[in-house]
Structure formats: C-alpha cells, structure tokens
Design a protein around this ligand. Structure first.
Ligand code: ZN
Length: 282
C-alpha cells in the first residue's frame, strides 16, 4: 500500500472540461446548458473541498444536497471510460520512472478498474468528477466501500492522497502448518506507537475492506513463489546466507510496494517458520 500523488492542477477546470466533453443528444439537447448553469455554486463548493483537502479534514464537509435533475446531471458527468478520466488515471498512476501502478492501493490485491469517490457521489453529487475526490480502485474495494465513509463522525477509510503511511509495522501475520497446508491469519496491531487517530483509520480501513481475509485467500501464490524462489539454492548456498539475501529482497520490495505490503510481511514470517523452511527440502 503506497501513497499516490494527488492532482496538482485546478480541479474546477477539470470539472468544466468534463462538461465540455458531454455530448448533447437529441433526447437531451440541454444537458450542457443545465450543467453550466450550476457552475457558480459548484466552483464555490470545489473551493471548500480544496480547503478541507489541504487540511485533511474532508469529514467536516457537508453535502450541498443536489436532488432530482441536478443530481442526475452531475452524476452523469462521471464515466470511468471517458477519455479525460482515463488520461487522469494514467497521470496519477504513472511513477517518476514511467512505470504504471495498476494495482489498487486500497488493498494491493486487485487491479485498478474504477475510481472510488472519496466522498460518495450519491451524497456529494457536486464532486462526482472532482479529481481530488477520485482515487483509483479495484471493483472489490469500491463496492465494499459503497456509500459508507464515516462512523461516529470519523473517516472509516484511508485517503491515500493525504494520510501518510508510517514506516512502522502495523500488519502482522501468524503462520501455522495444519494437514500439510500453511494457514495464515493476518491482523492489524499497534505495538510500534503509530499516532492513535491514524491507527484508528488504518484499523477500520483494513477491517471494512476485509483485507485480512482477502490476503489469506491470496496467500497461495506468495507461499509457492517463495518456495520456488528458494528451492533451487538449497544445498548450493548456506541456509542462513540464503535467508539473508531473501530478506534483502523483501526490504527492497517494501520500499517499492509499501512498508506494510502484505506479501512482504508474509514472506518475512515464512522465513521465520520452521515448517516452511522444512518444506524447502527436496
Ligand atoms: Zn482494492
């Protein structure tokens, strides 16, 4: 899980471009005019969004409350397939070294196939295409989030544009070997002193997106890959040397994929597990 760089240009201009790209149809020739008529208010709302975004307190924003035709018009601006949205996606998911991050950072399991609306668009139709409100996401995370984003006034989910992830371990896994099968049990804990307000969002993010269960459901490829990576060296390299080299690979992966990247956390735990080491023997 990694932070992504947020959109640095003027968000409201993005909104205007989305309106301009909207095609009037015979059935609805007035769509652009109706949307443009809302612009005065929308620009002010975008300004409020930016202020709260800059202070990382989006939870204090209240919906404008668009209903009926206005709401439908605003919601109709968003389409994942639109060229402007796709260009935006490629801008924010391309790294400085020109690699594309196509994995959903909300979970680091699925591939990006939608934009999650940080403030749900059903409630905040005014921000349906605010680029600061759009976070690339897989469909599983997006549907798990749905319209929920606050609990007792607190945000449930991490905003990976703004919540800076700590280089402190909070994801842990227990590995056991039962009936010839490795069983994993992931959990989120705070023994390393992450600030309570941030840890509370991390905790609800992982539990509400069912990440511990989803990691375990995907554990087979990690376990098998690590076994197959190590097996060719058994008998050629001293075991402790092999483990040290592998830990170095994991350290480098955590820089690239995130300090609490679930696959790295699992690999480290496997290297410490006697049953796993025994499974490497021919
Ligand atoms: Zn996801």
């Amino acid at each position: 899980m990694k932070n992504l760089n947020f959109y640095r240009e003027e968000s409201f201009v993005f909104h205007e471009r989305m309106i301009a790209s909207k095609k009037a149809t015979q059935k609805d020739p007035e769509i652009r005019n109706r949307l443009t008529a809302l612009n005065g208010r929308i620009e002010t709302l975008y300004q409020s969004y930016k202020n709260n975004f800059d202070n990382n307190n989006l939870e204090f924003l209240t919906p404008h409350g668009y209903v009926d035709q206005n709401k439908n018009d605003l919601l109709s601006l968003y389409s994942f397939k639109s060229v402007i949205i796709q260009n935006f996606r490629s801008n924010i998911t391309t790294t400085a070294t020109n690699r594309v991050i196509n994995t959903c950072q909300n979970c680091t399991i699925g591939e990006v196939s939608s934009f999650d609306h940080v403030l749900p668009k059903e409630e905040f139709a005014e921000f349906a295409v605010n680029p600061l409100n759009l976070f690339p996401s897989c469909s599983v995370c997006n549907s798990a989030k749905g319209r929920f984003w606050l609990r007792n006034g607190q945000r449930i989910f991490l905003n990976l544009y703004l919540d800076i992830l700590p280089d402190l371990q909070y994801l842990f896994v227990d590995v056991s070997f039962v009936d010839n099968t490795f069983i994993t049990d992931f959990s989120v804990q705070n023994p390393n002193g992450i600030r309570p307000a941030l840890f509370s969002i991390i905790e609800s993010h992982y539990s509400d997106l069912h990440l511990p269960r989803r990691f375990s459901e995907n554990n087979n490829s990690v376990i098998t890959n690590l076994q197959n990576q190590l097996k060719p060296y058994i008998g050629r390299l001293a075991l402790n040397e092999l483990i040290e080299i592998t830990k170095e690979k994991i350290r480098l992966n955590r820089i690239y994929f995130g300090f609490n990247y679930w696959q790295s956390i699992l690999e480290l735990e496997l290297l410490d597990n006697d049953d796993f080491i025994a499974s490497l023997n021919p």
